[in-house]
Ligand binder design. Structure first.
Ligand code: IMP
Ligand code: MG
Length: 380
């Protein structure tokens, strides 16, 4: 049982964290392979109304899987210590299920400062992620393995005592992600690869320069975890019925102000990390087809259908043409595949992208998800 990749089709915040948590129920491990604390994955677990916001730890740790922070990630040591402490306050010991790659790069106070000073340029999350990846490429970065071996120079500017705290608290969780995953995969274990951000923020395939500093597309699963292409058998592209964006660059096909305000309220479209209010636009089919092509998606995962229910005006865009969509009711979200309005929307997406909608997320709670097939349901 190989890897299921869960990737964002747009600018992030498509609902990947919740989907990764749901699909991790029967997986051995849930992994993050790129990005850092610029990501904010919100999950509602065990009928709690209190959300858990995860920045670096994979969301699947909340549903019992091992959590692997792969070598392609960047980590902020202070924030990771705090994130693990917050998770343990809710879930009990998670450290024995956490693996932090020795190859992951660390974000230093200098990176944070550089990102804050230069952030106006494209409106980053100011979490130091871009400068940390820049130092990685320039071969002057520090990695988790360096922290463990005490090879961190004063130039990193870490707070006194922080390295020791990290080693004492999370030292036993650090190791070789690639070897661990090989072990799991060779014994038939399912692995979830939980993407962060989305394709339009991919440093190569996105809206350069308004992008993040890592690849968010399928190739990053391989390099970020140290696995091979034959290990991946499902590539699921996550999309809501509308798109959202924070940060610099323009959002095409932005919805009218009143619709935006209502969608924002229902979808809680405020960023989990920065608190930035998300702009909302109509879903562009030509872009979705492009994302399917680049990632060779095996399926679409439609999220937030409950947030878009009951709207008089709902549209899709195709090559600058606006297509009005028949709205659906909240009751239809219970059984999306059998319903008329939502069912028609699903069929339209499938026909336009030549890709099946394999599951529909119909609420914020982790288990609010309807599967079309056993093929995917068996993972949840
Ligand atoms: P950075 O990743 O902080 O360098 O920011 C680069 C761009 O990506 C900015 O426009 C951010 O708003 C955007 N971005 C980064 N991470 C996320 C995310 O997790 N969700 C949504 N947008 C993001
Ligand atoms: Mg987010």
């Amino acid at each position: 049982m190989p890897i299921t990749a869960i990737l964002g089709a747009h600018w992030g915040d498509e609902g990947k964290g919740k989907v990764a948590a749901a699909l991790s129920r029967r997986a051995v491990a849930c992994t993050r392979f790129q990005g850092g604390p610029n990501a904010g994955h919100t999950v509602y677990c065990d009928h709690s109304t209190e959300p858990m916001v995860l920045r670096m730890v994979p969301a699947g740790i909340t549903t019992g899987a091992y959590g692997v922070i792969g070598g392609g990630c960047t980590v902020n040591i202070r924030m990771l210590l705090d994130e693990v402490a917050a998770l343990e306050a809710r879930l009990g010991d998670v450290r024995h299920r956490l693996l932090i790659s020795n190859r992951a790069h660390i974000i230093t106070p200098k990176h944070l400062k550089d990102d804050r000073d230069g952030a106006q340029h494209i409106g980053t999350t100011r979490m130091g992620v871009g400068p940390a990846y820049a130092d990685r490429a320039a071969r002057r970065g520090y990695r988790v393995g360096d922290v463990m071996a005490g090879r961190i120079g004063d130039d990193a500017g870490l707070e006194p005592g922080q390295l020791e705290e990290f080693r004492d608290t999370l030292g036993r969780s650090c190791g070789d992600d690639s070897a661990f995953l090989r072990h799991v995969l060779d014994r038939g274990g399912r692995v979830i690869a939980e993407g962060a951000q989305g394709m339009r923020l991919d440093v190569d395939h996105g809206d350069y320069p308004y992008v993040t500093s890592s690849n968010t597309t399928v190739g990053a699963v391989l390099t970020g975890l140290g696995v091979g292409p034959r290990d991946i058998d499902e590539v699921l592209l996550v999309t809501p019925p509308y798109v959202t964006k924070v940060g610099g660059g323009t959002l095409p096909n932005r919805v009218k102000a009143a619709t935006e305000a209502e969608l924002r309220r229902r979808g809680a479209e405020v960023d989990g990390v920065t608190g930035a209010v998300r702009d909302i636009g109509w879903l562009d089919l030509s872009w979705l087809r492009h994302a399917v092509m680049v990632n060779q998606a095996t399926g679409l995962l439609l999220t937030k259908v409950d947030c878009a229910a009951g709207f008089a005006e709902l549209c899709l865009i195709d090559a600058s043409r606006t297509i009005r969509v028949r709205p659906w009711s909240i009751a239809e979200c219970e059984s999306p595949y059998e319903s008329r309005g939502l069912g028609a929307f699903i069929t339209q997406l499938e026909n336009e992208t030549m890709t099946e909608v394999v599951a529909v997320s119909n609420g914020a709670e982790t288990d609010a998800i309807a599967f079309k097939h056993e093929r995917v349901a068996v993972l949840a």
